[in-house]
Write a protein that binds this ligand. Structure first.
Ligand code: FES
Length: 151
């Protein structure tokens, strides 16, 4: 994929907007699965922003990735309802079992772990999402079973 060319087309389509940066970043991530460095530089250049400003925005929003994700993305809910029923313990258990922390990918490139802030499944907390599928009432072994299933 030609990152520069594809990014240029995305910038073209949003340039007229009042605040074009976020929609541009969303589209770039949808296209590549993350925000490549080359795209970041192109966006900064075209919008007359510094590289640090664009980088700051990418870092501020949890949804943007700076690196390509693994084959599967596991998002564990970090919001209140899930926290109150053992979300912290679940997150810790999953991190240590996978040997990674937030925004990291397992060595085999299979699983990227990301925090998420409410999946709308608070009644069945703690919740997590593997790829696009949401699961509730999870414990550590439940999450690891899901991971094994997709591997
Ligand atoms: Fe976790 Fe709503 S707080 S799903």
């Amino acid at each position: 994929q030609d990152v520069e060319k594809e990014t240029a087309a995305i910038v073209d389509s949003h340039e007229q907007l009042e605040g074009p940066l976020l929609p541009i970043l969303h589209d770039v991530q949808a296209k590549f699965g993350y925000i490549p460095e080359e795209a970041l530089l192109h966006i900064a250049d075209r919008l007359n922003l510094s590289r640090a400003e664009v980088y700051g925005t990418i870092s501020f929003y949890h949804d943007f990735r700076k690196k390509a994700a693994g084959r599967h993305v596991l998002k564990v809910c970090r919001s209140e309802a899930c926290q109150s029923v053992g979300g912290d313990k679940l997150a810790e258990g999953v991190q240590s079992a996978l040997g990674i922390t937030w925004h990291e990918t397992t060595d085999d490139g299979m699983i990227t772990l990301e925090p998420v802030y409410c999946l709308g499944l608070c009644a069945c907390a703690p919740a997590a999402m593997l790829d696009e599928k949401i699961h509730g009432r999870l414990d550590k072994s439940g999450v690891l079973a899901l991971v094994e299933e997709v591997k």
